[in-house]
Design a protein around this ligand. Structure first.
Ligand SMILES: C[S@@+](CC[C@H](N)C(=O)[O-])C[C@H]1O[C@@H](n2cnc3c(N)ncnc32)[C@H](O)[C@@H]1O
Length: 324
């Protein structure tokens, strides 16, 4: 299209509805998150349902959203019109709602914090880190993460700042719900990634983000939905407690409650995939094989921490369950 006044080409307005996301910058996880699926994406993608590729799926649901690697991949590559993204961690939901509602203010806040931090020497950085951590822990923990407040911008900025500067990008809270991870040793951490925040903001335009339990999926599951369940891992050994994401506990009873929901939403017609750690890496424990015996189970290879100190990496199997 040519503008006759100055003969400059004008960017043609997209004729596609809002699900034509392919040509913009692809969003990716904002946080480093335990159990993040970025590394496993190539294997997971291969098992997306055909109906997604055929454009028959209009709604995507991710009830254990975490860092959201799978959502961002699906959003970037398929015609999804609506997404329901849930998590039980209130700080995650607060951050994502701020990105959805006030991304410019968040960028400004983070930019100030990043400049301040990077200008300091190690000792002063340490002071700033622990000052931010203290202030972060003073925010009201009883706040309803579903009741949006503009005042959350600073809190969301702190979540990103702490994730980028703390030890290993861990998220760990004590019994009182206070974030207690020490400072990490990054020389030049990238605290603000403006382009990605804007891309995530764009992706969240189709999303309903909710602080809720995974069982809420039953209210949205039907034949045109694809659900990806990525619950906290079942500990792979008695000493490894990898599912300590926060004060939330996800024990075997929770795994069984999840299976019941998986069956229910499957009967509602949803296409669904679920991942977890594979206990048979270490011992003869058919826990998931029995729990999901009525579905298709496959194993994929993941490279991840294989002991609780986090200093031993190796290839281990993870389980993928699908109902298609
Ligand atoms: C394995 S992580 C998800 C990782 C994510 N797929 C990614 O790529 O980053 C599990 C998430 O489940 C959340 N969670 C734990 N219990 C939950 C529950 N009952 N309902 C919803 N979310 C829960 C945790 O807060 C955590 O963010």
């Amino acid at each position: 299209m040519i503008n006759s006044a100055n003969s400059q080409p004008i960017k043609q307005l997209s004729l596609f509805p809002s699900y034509n996301h392919q040509d913009s910058l692809k969003p990716s996880p904002v946080l480093k998150w335990a159990g993040g699926k970025t590394q496993l994406l190539p294997e997971i993608k291969q098992q997306y349902p055909q109906q997604l590729k055929q454009g028959k799926i209009t709604t995507y649901i991710e009830p254990f959203f975490g860092g959201g690697a799978v959502f961002f991949d699906i959003y970037s590559n398929f015609k999804i019109e609506k997404a329901y993204l849930f998590d039980k961690n209130p700080e995650l939901i607060i951050l994502y709602k701020v990105i959805q509602n006030d991304v410019s203010d968040l960028i400004e806040e983070l930019s100030t914090l990043e400049n301040e931090y990077l200008d300091l020497d190690t000792e002063k950085r340490k002071e700033l880190y622990y000052q931010v951590r203290d202030n972060y822990n003073r925010f009201d923990k009883q706040t309803d993460a579903n009741d949006y407040r503009q005042e959350w911008v600073k809190r969301a900025a702190y979540t990103i700042f702490l994730n980028k500067t703390c030890f290993n990008g861990l998220y760990r809270v004590n019994s009182k719900g206070c974030f207690n991870v020490p400072m990490g040793r990054y020389k030049n951490p990238k605290i603000l990634n403006k382009d990605n925040l804007l891309a995530v903001h764009q992706a969240f335009k189709i999303a309903e983000i909710k602080h809720t339990d995974f069982a809420e999926v039953v209210n949205y599951a039907n034949e045109s939905t694809f659900i990806y369940y990525d619950p906290p891992y079942r500990p792979i050994s008695k000493t490894a407690n990898f599912n300590a994401y926060s004060s939330l506990d996800f024990n075997d009873d929770e795994q069984r409650r999840l299976r019941d929901i998986f069956v229910k939403t499957s009967n509602q017609g949803a296409l669904q995939m679920l991942s977890n750690s594979d206990p048979t890496n270490y011992i003869d424990d058919p826990f998931f094989d029995e729990l999901y015996k009525d579905f298709n189970i496959s194993r994929i290879l993941a490279s991840r921490m294989i002991n609780s100190k986090g200093n031993k990496r190796g290839k281990i199997r993870e389980i993928l369950v699908t109902n298609y």
